[in-house]
Design a protein around this ligand. Structure first.
Ligand SMILES: [Zn+2]
Ligand SMILES: [Zn+2]
Length: 507
């Protein structure tokens, strides 16, 4: 649920607007948790939201934000915006997207903004330097220091150091791994290790690699390893398919599209000729990997002797569902490698560990320090690290959701006595569930084009999501919501509204 508001006089901008995923066990019908944005209603409307990278915990709540502020500029790098554009299209939203690149600075009112290149587990991640009348504020976004990243894009050490020399008032830095000593492992080492496993004695049948769909660096490593083994790559799961397609289109994934086979064609290949890349390593019930484990996947069936690699971190809280998933796979006769049971490296974190966090502080040498992105104990550990690196204790501020930090020229950052309203919105999916659609067909409707159809579908979906649980099992209520949603896209009194004939199919 990352979302930071920066106010400078009448200029307000946001950095990220993300979702939180409840652990698989605690879900109980809650699908996602969004930040409560009511505090933004007071004060000036935000000019822009600066996106650091395309992870859901940073961009997932953009639909909620855009419904409140349809005119806000959405600023991000090329890959980030490509992912965001697809997502928002599903919600019927087509916002003002502004592409930026590292080191290309631009003005937003009194604030001069400069994206800073960082390495992370998704392509095109950046932090931001904000030049304000109160001095320079540096926000790292999610980052790690990887000297041999898969895409060759290094953390822009030089630029961070230059800003440090110029004088930085406040550094906000990623605290995820502030309890982990040393440095993170390079993505290149993970790729080499995966290649060894894939070419080794365990890989007798299919190889299935389960991972986060957006980790294009990891996809790259697996694809490179598959080529000399004569294996084709089959992608299962919407997020990995979508991210890989975007990465290929935009040139973030350097390989021939011929290496990939459609899931429907996967059974034309012998097990030894396939690598399956799929999502669902956290034990999510409806994911591709869960369906493979249950033998319920329409296109791919696992056989005894297949090798399954969990190339991801197990998110705390998901231990039981992942354990159950591994049991199911082992029962089918598969060999399962996880970070816990494998002597080879199968995953590396996308976040800086202590030595890298220390390096960031040494480069930027900020007057004040605000640890972000982590649970309270991690923030505290990161603040301690900063003060041991020489940042004055008076300038180390531990802030939680709703806290306000004040920063003036030449002063330490400090926590204001007043807090702003903050909280969590639980978006549930209990009651009836939309399995497919809504699909729209239009005949003889004026002003109907692709964009309008997508908008109408989004509005219909939105109207459905607003129904109370009881209404969702009532066909008449569903039809009424669909009608209302679709018609809302045509302007009242200006355009002729179409007649809407909803068809609801219950399963
Ligand atoms: Zn991230
Ligand atoms: Zn994050």
């Amino acid at each position: 649920m990352n979302c930071l508001a920066v106010d400078c006089g009448e200029d307000r901008l946001l950095v990220d607007c993300g979702l939180l995923f409840p652990s698989a066990e605690a879900a109980l019908g809650v699908e996602v948790i969004a930040p409560d944005l009511t505090f933004l209603s007071a004060g000036p409307p935000p000019r822009a939201v600066l996106l650091t990278h395309a992870h859901e915990d940073h961009v997932g709540a953009l639909p909620q934000l855009l419904r409140k502020f349809p005119d806000i500029a959405v600023v991000g790098t090329r890959f980030t915006l490509a992912v965001v554009r697809e997502k928002l299209k599903e919600h019927g939203l087509a916002p003002d997207l502004r592409e930026v690149a590292a080191r290309g600075s631009f003005g937003l009112g009194r604030i001069e903004v400069e994206p800073l290149q960082v390495a992370h587990s998704v392509p095109d991640a950046v932090g931001y330097a904000l030049r304000t009348p109160a001095g320079i504020v540096v926000h790292t976004g999610d980052f790690k220091v990887d000297w041999s990243p898969a895409d060759g894009r290094l953390l822009d050490v030089g630029r961070f150091a230059e800003l440090g020399k110029e004088g930085v008032s406040c550094l906000l830095s990623d605290s995820t791994n502030s309890e982990v000593a040393g440095s993170s492992v390079s993505e290149r080492e993970v790729s080499e290790s995966l290649a060894r496993i894939m070419g080794g004695p365990l890989a007798r049948g299919r190889i299935v690699v389960a991972m986060f769909g957006s980790n294009i660096h990891r996809v790259h490593g697996v694809v490179r390893a598959a080529i000399p083994l004569g294996r084709k790559v089959c992608l299962l799961g919407r997020s990995v398919q979508q991210n890989v397609r975007l990465a290929l289109d935009l040139g973030y994934l350097d390989c021939s599209p011929d290496l990939f086979v459609d899931p429907e064609a996967a059974d034309h290949f012998a097990p030894r000729e396939l690598v399956v890349l799929c999502t669902g390593a956290q034990g999510e019930p409806r994911s591709a990997l869960s369906r493979l484990a249950l033998g319920e996947h329409a296109d791919v069936r696992l056989d005894p002797g297949d090798l399954i690699i969990f190339s991801s971190r197990q998110i705390p809280g998901n231990e039981r569902s992942v354990g159950a998933l591994v049991n199911r796979l082992v029962r089918r006769g598969c060999r399962v490698l996880t970070a816990e049971n494998s002597s080879e490296l199968v995953h590396s974190t996308g976040h800086a560990c202590q030595s890298e966090q220390r390096m960031m502080i040494d480069l930027v040498r900020p007057r004040s320090f605000v640890p972000i992105h982590g649970e309270y104990r991690m923030l505290e550990a990161h603040a301690r690290l900063a003060s041991s690196a020489g940042v004055d204790k008076r300038g180390c501020v531990l802030a939680e959701d709703g806290d306000v930090i004040e920063l003036g020229p030449g002063a330490f950052a400090s926590k204001a006595a007043e807090r702003v309203p903050s909280g969590r919105l639980y978006l549930d999916s209990r009651g009836a569930e939309v399995v497919r659609g809504p699909e729209l067909h239009g005949k003889g409707v004026s002003g109907l084009d692709e964009r309008r159809l997508a908008q109408a579908a989004g509005a219909a979906r939105e109207a459905l999501s607003e129904l109370a649980a009881a209404e969702r099992t009532d066909t008449a209520s569903i039809e009424e919501a669909l009608r209302r949603g679709v018609r809302s896209v045509w302007k009242k009194g200006v355009e002729k509204r179409p007649m809407v004939l909803p068809v609801v199919i219950e399963l």
